[in-house]
Design a protein around this ligand. Sequence first.
Ligand SMILES: Cc1ncc(C[n+]2csc(CCOP(=O)(O)OP(=O)(O)O)c2C)c(N)n1
Ligand SMILES: [Mg+2]
Length: 348
Amino acid sequence: MRSLYRYLWLTRALEERLEIIFKQGHVIGGLYRSLGQEATAVGCGYALADGDWIAPSIRDLGGLLARGLDPRDVLRQYTARGTSLCAGKDNTNHFTVPELGILGPISPLGTQLCVLNGVALSFRSRREPNVCLTFQGDGASRTGTSHEGLAMAAALNLPIVVVLEHNRWAFGTPSTAVAAVKDWADVAGAYGVPAVTVDGNDVLQVYDAATQAIARARAGDGMTILVAETYRMLGHAQHDAQRYVPDHELAEWKDHDPVQSFSDYLIEFGFESDSTLDQIRGEVALELDAAADEVLSEGYPAAEEARTRVYGDPSLDAEVPWSRGAVPGYEGLTSGKRGRPAAGLEGA
Ligand SMILES: Cc1ncc(C[n+]2csc(CCOP(=O)(O)OP(=O)(O)O)c2C)c(N)n1
Ligand SMILES: [Mg+2]
């Protein structure tokens, strides 16, 4: 329980730190926070074992931290440092770390599940007892590829857990506008798989349900859909002031904060003292101070880096067919008419 609290707090504090450095102008690209729904990703990530794979959406940073991702790698990624996992080529949590079993998000929503099905199928082909777990927002779960992915995972009885993060909003669209089901667990019947609904803001409920669903998948009994009832407390990203969200909704969910309610629970039932939790918060703050100092002193990638690590097979990087630069044969041309490249340079 102490570890769960630590990861919850680390997630919140790291995102707060990211918001500060975003406002200082250090972040390249967007910043999508998971404020108010950290318990879903943390509880799920913590329930996985070595060798399992996790495929996050943009709001599942906590799951990656619980799998062992270094907060410095998160800061490097958001600030596009040369030392970042993508060497500055992509941002947010769009990175894949095979050693930690992390499959990065894929921007067209829903597609990630189809790719993860391939990972799960590879486990089966190699007779490895590993499990895959992925998250889908309520919006993402309405896409065609999501339905394809669910149908395939169910039909092939793949070792997968799909966590449906019902946080009420998909950008500015309320989930009630895109689904006729009231109880989101009902969708599971269409695929012939079980669904479990949990309070996504209660980290212990999430952890317990995820543990059972993962054990079920590992035992060869196939996919479970885990519906996490939660709420997106901020706008879609930093640029979205969420003016379309009714005030009363935010007020109701503010009283159901996953980090605060878990610390209240730990203290009320005597599992932890306030001073222990305070100590954890202090340690996390120091860790993040040091991490931010270190990362912000690191440089951006060198220009040549753009050509490396483009393909899985590094020998192909030398062949990258696109580059910007002067094309021989074009010197001295001034009109809009391109003229013909010198012989042999057609297509250059
Ligand atoms: C197929 C597709 N349509 C639209 C988008 C743009 N888009 C990115 S995130 C997002 C909202 C996703 O909402 P949801 O799936 O509920 O996740 P949440 O943001 O609530 O975590 C949208 C519309 C996209 N990436 N892919
Ligand atoms: Mg949503």
